[in-house]
Design a protein around this ligand. Structure first.
Ligand code: FAD
Length: 466
């Protein structure tokens, strides 16, 4: 009898605890990816395509070892118990997920399988620390990152990554005539990936290549370079791979620790980088404790903020036509590549929520649809951070000046020249303030007066009930 492995956003062979444990049973293994429209990202979003590409890539890797990846389509609660029954599986393995709908579905599946006499193995594969593992002395979730991180760093380090398991000869081929309920289907995952935005290659190999390039060339200067919009390789560019699990955070953690061990000069930037990975866990801890993180102001006074609903302003922001070069460069980089530099994400978020006084949820939704690394918890936490509505967030009155940020983090305008080519001919100074140029430019005038926008944001905030 076979065992089942369910794959969801952990599309890798190495350091995949569920796959590893399934292979260790010595029984035949049936690997399936569950396609459940109710739990999946809407088709047409970038992340849906990126996840599909990751599945195709995993199907290829498994195929090279004689293993087939199946797609099980239908509602999770129905399809998983039905497949287990149809193939007489003894055990089901998965890596745990932490979003409320996912947890609810898995809890129900667990109960059904138990009734059927099937053993469920729920493994830790997605985070460095379980969201319930780190609590204050009073047993409450932390509300401040630095305190949470200090507590995390006092715990034993995450376990070292697992090697790729030996899956050869373990393929379980189900009968062609399986009896499955209406609406549930099992078929092979194709190895043909969908088209992706230029510049991105799907796969575990590509993910590890980025990690090694980063460690070799960029880790030493990470603290200073990570904020430079004009340094295209100042950061690891790992977020899309982490999102679909083509690389695990434990693999990254231990590679960084190893580099640091080899070269003690790397200790400070390495710790900074690990803390960034920590922010991802912190976001999932927040999502686990407040499942409506993407929709509710965590600071309730913001429920009274008179957000503007100006469709033209929102469209200008989305399309990178605000007349502010750094904002437009960021939004166009997002549209073209599905990724945006972190510093610029912070600037465009501040601009939308403060200078344009637009509800952060508009920005959250737009980012989620456009980003290859669109992550329900990380995106929501960062939007709440930027808008000042979250816990441990930037205070509302810290309003980024898009011109000052541009002069500081893209001093020669290289980033702007790449994404806003109509400004490429301007000198290094004027490129940050094209409205001061005497040249005729095919570029919009600023859609908001920075000073007035700032005052409006502060005024409305002061009037919120405290
Ligand atoms: P690196 O600097 O190399 O960092 C390594 C890893 O650390 C990242 O891949 C990521 O997993 C984690 N990390 C870094 N910064 C953060 C952060 N601020 N919060 C949580 N984790 C972090 N990141 C996403 O992965 N998905 C999102 O949907 C997302 N939405 C964002 C929305 C806004 C408004 C802002 C300001 C930031 C958002 N980020 C998001 C965080 C950050 O911008 C990206 O993780 C980072 O730019 C990815 O590039 P990198 O892998 O080269 O980062």
């Amino acid at each position: 009898a076979p065992v089942l492995v369910l794959l969801r956003d952990d599309y890798r062979v190495a350091d995949n605890p569920a796959l590893h444990a399934a292979c260790a049973t010595g029984q035949p293994v049936l690997c399936a990816y569950v396609q459940d429209a109710a739990l999946q990202d809407a088709s047409g979003t970038r992340i849906a395509d990126w996840a599909q590409a990751a599945c195709a890539q995993l199907a290829t890797s498994l195929h090279e070892q004689g293993q087939t990846l199946f797609m099980l389509s239908g509602p999770t609660r129905l399809s998983v118990p039905a497949l287990a029954q149809a193939v007489h599986a003894t055990d089901v393995f998965w890596n745990r997920r932490y979003d409320a709908p996912g947890i609810a579905a898995d809890t129900d599946v667990h109960a059904s399988l138990k009734k059927q006499g099937v053993t469920v193995h729920s493994c830790t594969g997605r985070l460095l620390f379980e969201p319930w593992a780190i609590r204050t002395q009073a047993g409450q979730p932390y509300r401040v990152f630095t305190a949470w991180w200090r507590a995390a760093r006092n715990l034993p380090e995450p376990p070292p990554p697992l090697p790729a398991p030996d899956i050869r000869g373990k393929n379980y081929a189900p009968a062609r005539t399986l009896t499955l309920p209406d609406g549930v289907r099992l078929h092979r995952v194709g190895t043909q990936p969908p088209a992706l935005p230029s510049g991105w290659t799907s796969g575990e190999k590509a993910a590890h290549a980025n990690l090694h390039r980063f460690i070799e060339n960029a880790l030493a200067d990470y603290e200073t370079q990570r904020d430079r919009a004009d340094a295209p390789h100042g950061t690891s560019l790992l977020s899309p791979y982490i999102r679909v699990g083509q690389i695990s955070v434990r693999q990254i953690w231990h590679a960084i620790r190893h580099a640091e061990h080899q070269n003690p000069h790397l200790a400070t930037p390495a710790e900074k980088f690990l803390a960034e990975l920590g922010w991802r866990d912190f976001a999932w801890m927040q999502m686990f404790t407040t499942p409506d993180l993407a929709t509710r102001n965590l600071r309730a006074e913001f429920d009274h903020m008179p957000w503007r609903a100006d469709a033209a302003d929102l469209a200008a922001w989305q399309q990178g036509q605000t007349g502010f070069p750094l904002v437009d460069a960021g939004m166009r980089q997002l549209a073209r590549t599905g990724w945006m530099h972190n510093r610029v994400r912070m600037v465009v978020a501040s601009f939308l929520t403060k200078h344009l006084l637009t509800d952060w949820r508009e920005g959250e939704r737009w980012f989620y649809a456009q980003l290859l690394d669109a992550d329900a918890a990380v995106n929501a936490m960062n939007w709440q951070w930027g808008a000042g509505t979250g816990i441990d967030a930037a205070p509302w009155f810290r309003i980024f000046n898009p011109v000052g940020q541009s002069e500081k983090y893209d001093p020669a305008g290289q980033y702007i020249r790449t994404w806003v080519p109509e400004l490429a001919a301007l000198d290094n100074k004027t490129i940050h303030t094209p409205w001061k140029s005497t040249q005729r430019l095919k570029y919009p005038a600023p859609i908001v007066d920075l000073k007035l926008g700032r005052l409006r944001a502060l005024e409305n905030w002061k009037n919120l009930p405290k």
